[in-house]
Design a protein around this ligand. Sequence first.
Ligand SMILES: [Zn+2]
Length: 314
Amino acid sequence: MPVFTHAACFGHDTGPGHIETPARLGAVVTALRDHVPGIEWLEAPRATRGQLLRVHEPLLLHAVLETAPDHLMQLDPDTVLSPGSPEAALRAAGAVVAAVDRVMAGEADTAFCAVRPPGHHATPAHAMGFCLFNNIAVGAAHALERHGLSRIAIVDFDVHHGNGTQAIFAGEARVLYASAHEMPLFPETGNPRERGVGNIHNAALQPGSGSHRFREAWRERLLPAIDAFEPQLLMVSAGFDGHRADPAAHVELEADDFAWLTCELAGIAARHCGGRMVSVLEGGYDLAALAECSLAHVRALVAIGASGQRAPPT
Ligand SMILES: [Zn+2]
């Protein structure tokens, strides 16, 4: 299975004491290298301006790419721009574009993007919540425009609501967005009443929900909606900050919950999209839990690819 990453993603420096550290990516890459045989490691290309402008306004490209700080600069209280950030942001978004191309070309069923900064909070015009560009949205827009798809599901299991992804696609009926996230919690969006053009599906989880309520929300509400949408490509915002050891949230999940959901999603992908899944790292701030959970998720993706559980694309 291909895993896209790039050394430049370590060069996004968030400063001392920030939880979104380069060590996060190190934990993920080390876990996958040491424990998952058969990964094809690929260098992420840079996203192009044209690919970014499908979902972002020119002023955000200017803010991230052309302000070129020689020191750390706060874009908001959580979000930092460093000298290495422009290259990291371009590679993180470019990874998802390349993963989409790879899977759409039939060269792989599944692909994972081990990248940072994360992306799902970045809105059309603003970097926020540790995110500079919305990596998964850039990839999804590429799949719409370059590959002519008409039904893409973006599944977001990060513990925070992907307000940026929702904002980008809330008026786009060709993209379904489904998220289960802790509420109340940053960024305070994601109320189940937010429905877009009927393509937005939000499930709110209370603090302390645990595995049972998490799985119930997916099994009873979100997975049936994704299945009914019959996506041609399934994309995953894979954030692992719902784990009980994570300092950012309180839904108290276990690594097995992420493996379980990955397998459920694979069933939908097998039924509707020829098994095509592209997964992208989002949050996860306890290094040991992040390594354990990303390993559980990627192992499930690899097993799916190896099992050849495919159905003809519709
Ligand atoms: Zn998160």
